[in-house]
Design a protein around this ligand. Structure first.
Ligand code: FAD
Ligand code: NAG
Ligand code: NAG
Ligand code: NAG
Ligand code: NAG
Length: 523
């Protein structure tokens, strides 16, 4: 028994050593060549002049854009499903960890960095076909397409159809939908994953599957259980939803000195139960404003699926404290509201959504919490005081309720449904790199997170998978530990975690598809 173990240990040392020192000699490249042929514009090694530009093109957080950020042994950019199949088979044969990237928006860089020494990035940017079928009210969208491109093509095809996805137009469909994407139509139509009807995926054995051939368990898992644990998603087929020809938006800002705390307090009671055509996001930000000095600004930003008059009817009845007036609000088309939410100037043409590099990127950290009870007024006072003291961390509060309360928590892996009043994002952005700077900003956001403990959901404290946060737990050593996986897994998935583990154990028993926060296998 003992000598058997020793041989294994020696073998694994030899294997690790040989793969890390003789990368170019590993069979990965010849394996791919044998299956695909010439690898021009498919494979990039670190010595290629285009390796760094290709890697950087979809890095959306400057924190992971440094010379010391761990980089992949290879980048592969498949053009077809057959390429993806070959890549999986060859990577698996070589025990190379695969990081899958669609839009690169992962807040902690999980799609293109790794804690494992040997990994490759499989970048899906060539997969961006979209087709919209107005008659059957569905759209086929490939994983590397961006949600802004999807919205644009839906709008081109119909002015009264839309899709309930997220706000930032450059997010990749592959990560966004697999992580349970949400946006301003959440209260009326639910999450993106509540509107997915089919998918194409390449599994660990290199099989190209659709809903029928993958089966309902795996199809369930990739609607919120996170891409990267189960296979490579090539496309989703989504159900489109009815949007009115005219929608209405508003933005109202109040400082502490203008009774902001009173309104924030009211928002907690009203926003999660108001008419489900109305979504009022609340941004809370520490700012400096004359003559008050340091204060807090609360911004109420809304999308209403109806016209101005209907909106005023709703707010006058259900949220009169907001004091909404005709002059505060604007009617527009749904696609214009997409641009409005993405902070474009008035009259920006929807064609801008076809520009895949719209975003300005910097250094960011995000965290999240869910709330099951309103924060008492005294709590709000102390939180705002703390935010002013810290100086830089802001909040985005997104109301739930509406249809979210009607969809059972086990329908998809995304568990925060009935009983969750809102989700909160913590955000901090900065412009200059450097270890000390980063430490200071990370300390700020972590300190506010600790401060919120008495108010946030607990046992376990909920977290939103799409707001990736490696602070809540990481799976080390080949991502194989069920115990480590449970720490973050229950925060993201609550009672759905165990079903995800069971499915993972069946479809990928060797844990080939793994990352810092992937679903572990049962041991
Ligand atoms: C500016 C900004 C705004 C945001 N706004 C919202 C919002 O309004 N609503 C919301 O829900 N979220 C929002 N997010 C979060 C966003 O949904 C997630 O970051 C999402 O994972 C992004 O998808 P991606 O393809 O761009 O990311 P990537 O970084 O490419 O991937 C994210 C994760 O998914 C995996 N993955 C990616 N593609 C595939 C694939 N094809 N197959 C299998 N696994 C895959 C990756 O390996 C990684 O684990 C925002 C993020 C940013 C940066
Ligand atoms: C990454 O660095 C390059 C320069 O090396 C720069 O052009 C690019 O904008 C950076 N991207 C991010 C997200 O910081
Ligand atoms: C996208 O569609 C075009 C035209 O039908 C096709 O040639 C191409 O192979 C498709 N790309 C992918 C990645 O499926
Ligand atoms: C804030 O507004 C509410 C409702 O309009 C009002 O009752 C309250 O007195 C106001 N408080 C302050 C400090 O102005
Ligand atoms: C956009 O339109 C609104 C309402 O018509 C107006 O109040 C606002 O000033 C406009 N903004 C810009 C930048 O033109």
């Amino acid at each position: 028994m003992k000598s058997y173990h020793l041989v294994l240990i020696l073998l694994s040392f030899f294997f690790l050593h040989s793969t890390s020192s003789n990368l170019q000699q590993t069979p990965f490249i010849p394996c791919l060549q044998a299956k695909i042929g010439p690898l021009d514009s498919i494979l990039y090694v670190p010595s290629d002049p285009s390796y760094i530009p290709i890697l950087q093109e979809y890095i959306k957080n400057s924190r992971f854009n440094t010379t010391t950020t761990p980089k992949p042994n290879f980048i592969v950019t498949p053009h077809t499903g057959a390429h993806v199949q070959a890549i999986i088979i060859c990577a698996k044969a070589n025990n190379l960890q695969i990081k899958i990237r669609s839009g690169g928006h992962d807040y902690d860089g999980v799609s293109y960095t790794s804690i494992e020494p040997n990994f490759i990035v499989l970048d899906m940017f060539n997969f961006r076909n979209i087709s919209v079928d107005v008659g059957s009210r569905i759209a086929y969208v490939q994983a590397g397409a961006q949600v802004g491109e999807l919205y644009y093509h839906i709008w081109k095809a119909s002015k009264v159809l839309g899709f309930p996805g997220g706000v930032c137009p450059t997010m990749g469909v592959g990560g966004h939908i697999s992580g349970g994407g949400y946006g301003a139509m959440l209260r009326k139509f639910g999450l993106s994953v509540d509107n997915v009807v089919d998918a194409e995926l390449v599994d660990v054995n290199g099989r190209l599957l659709n809903r029928k051939s993958m089966g309902e368990d795996l199809f369930w898992a990739i609607r919120g259980g996170g891409g990267g644990s189960f296979g490579v998603i090539l496309s989703y087929t989504v159900k489109l939803v009815d949007v009115p020809e005219i929608v209405t938006v508003f933005r109202i800002e109040k400082l502490l000195e203008e009774n902001a705390t009173y309104l924030v307090n009211r928002w907690q009671y009203v926003a999660p139960i108001i008419d489900n055509h109305l979504f009022i996001r609340l941004l809370v930000q520490p700012i400096t404003r004359k003559p008050y000095g340091k204060t807090i600004r609360a911004s109420f930003i809304a999308l209403f699926l109806g016209n101005a008059q209907e909106l005023l009817g709703v707010t006058n009845n259900e949220f009169p404290e907001l004091g909404l007036k005709k002059t505060d609000i604007r009617e527009m088309s749904w696609i214009e509201s997409v641009l409005y939410w993405a902070n474009f100037d008035n009259n920006t043409s929807p064609e801008i959504l076809l520009n895949r590099h719209l975003d300005t990127v910097g250094f960011v950290k995000r965290k999240s919490d869910y709330f099951q009870t309103p924060i008492p007024k005294t709590g709000l006072d102390s939180i705002f005081k703390k935010m002013i003291e810290l100086g830089k961390v802001g909040f985005a509060w997104n109301p739930y309720g509406g249809v979210m309360t009607q969809i059972p928590a086990s329908t998809t892996p995304f568990p925060h449904r009935a009983g969750f009043l809102w989700k909160m994002q913590y955000s901090i952005n900065w412009k200059d790199g450097g270890v000390e700077t980063e430490k200071n900003y990370l300390n700020q956001i972590r300190s506010l997170y600790d401060f919120m403990t008495p108010y946030a959901s607990n046992s376990p404290r909920g977290t939103f998978l799409n707001y990736r946060d490696l602070d809540i737990g990481v799976n080390h050593n080949g991502a194989n530990s069920y115990e480590e996986g449970k720490v973050y897994g229950e925060k993201y998935f609550l009672g759905n975690f165990d079903r995800l583990v069971e499915i993972k154990t069946v479809v990928d028993p060797q844990n080939f598809f793994r990352n810092e926060q992937s679903i572990p296998i049962l041991k």
